[in-house]
Design a protein around this ligand. Structure first.
Ligand code: C2E
Ligand code: CA
Ligand code: CA
Ligand code: CA
Length: 275
């Protein structure tokens, strides 16, 4: 089940029937994992660059497998999406993230939690109703929940605007994840009711080259359309200094903290929140 890039490649070279059999087996395993409560959320802190305060955290799922240990989302999210299991899994993610954040709000009243959405639920009309029910059930004020979407989901811009308006009317915020790696037309960006751009770590890491030209331009673009900008995958002090200099609002990455267990997150918040 542990699928790295290489084994995934082999996966597609196998005959169709075998591929389908494996998917069905994985679907059943995922359903059992959900029933047995084997999924767990890790949280990666998001830091406001000018104050050093923690503004929130991104919820990242792991599968705590009884034999294989902690399994990365890269190994099962895509199968979950292909089999539809992503719907109940992400419902669990949102419920758990809201429950745990509700607890944290008692001591850290300004935090918000970000969850990753999948294309399937983003386009599902019933998702808005489900979200309202989850917010009521967990009692978390909607503005403490942030939904991360990707450019991929907004390619049909008219449709995306309609969906995003419905989501925003509930009171949650919207972040555009992995910004810069998708295919969104920049001219439509102003029309999308989003609150934050998350710059993909490849631009922070300078994988595309010409970082000097691209990174400050994305930050300015975000500010020009009136949204906050968060840099992902920040690993070094130099990167932090550079981002501060370019007036990037927030950052997330190993430099500050890796994804943390709920218990580790509480320790981190106690040590850093009012710094
Ligand atoms: P993502 O949303 O882009 O999440 C960021 C990923 O970058 C996380 O990997 C995180 O651990 C990693 N990361 C954070 N800081 C650094 C850094 O400084 N350097 C480097 N090299 N990496 C860093 P993770 O947790 O393995 O998640 C992978 C992907 O799985 C996520 O990418 C997201 O697309 C998906 N995913 C995770 N949780 C969920 C979920 O609950 N629902 C859905 N639908 N997708 C999820
Ligand atoms: Ca994300
Ligand atoms: Ca991302
Ligand atoms: Ca990603």
């Amino acid at each position: 089940l542990r699928q790295n890039a290489a084994s995934q490649f082999l996966f597609f070279e196998k005959p169709m029937t075998r591929e389908i059999q494996e998917k069905i087996a994985t679907e059943q395993e995922l359903r059992r994992a959900l029933e047995r409560e084997e999924f767990v959320l890790y949280y990666q802190p998001q830091i406001q660059l000018d104050t050093g305060m923690v503004t929130g955290m991104e919820a990242l799922i792991r599968w705590n497998h009884p034999e294989k240990g902690l399994i990365s989302p890269y190994a099962f999210i895509s199968v979950a999406e292909q089999t539809g299991m992503i719907i109940p899994i992400n419902e669990w993610v949102i419920r758990m993230a809201c429950q745990q954040t509700k607890q944290l709000l008692k001591d850290f009243p300004n935090l918000s939690v970000s969850v990753n959405l999948s294309p399937y639920e983003f386009e599902n009309r019933r998702f808005v109703h489900k979200l309202v029910k989850l917010l009521e059930e967990t009692g978390i004020p909607p503005h403490h929940l942030d939904l991360e979407i990707t450019e991929r989901m907004t390619m049909d811009t008219e449709k995306a605007i309609a969906i995003l308006k419905r989501l925003k009317s509930i009171g949650v915020t919207i972040s555009m994840d992995d910004f810069g790696t998708g295919y969104s037309s920049l001219s439509y960006l102003t029309a999308l009711p989003i609150d934050r751009l998350k710059i993909d770590r490849s631009f922070v890491r300078n994988i595309h080259g010409k970082k000097e030209a691209i990174l400050p331009a994305i930050i300015r673009l975000g500010h020009n359309i009136g949204v906050k900008v968060l840099a992902e995958g920040v690993e070094t002090e130099e990167e932090v200094a550079y981002l501060k200099d370019k007036h990037c609002d927030e950052a997330q990455g190993y430099y500050f903290a890796p994804p943390l267990s709920y218990e580790e997150l509480i320790v981190f918040l106690c040590e850093h929140h009012y710094k």
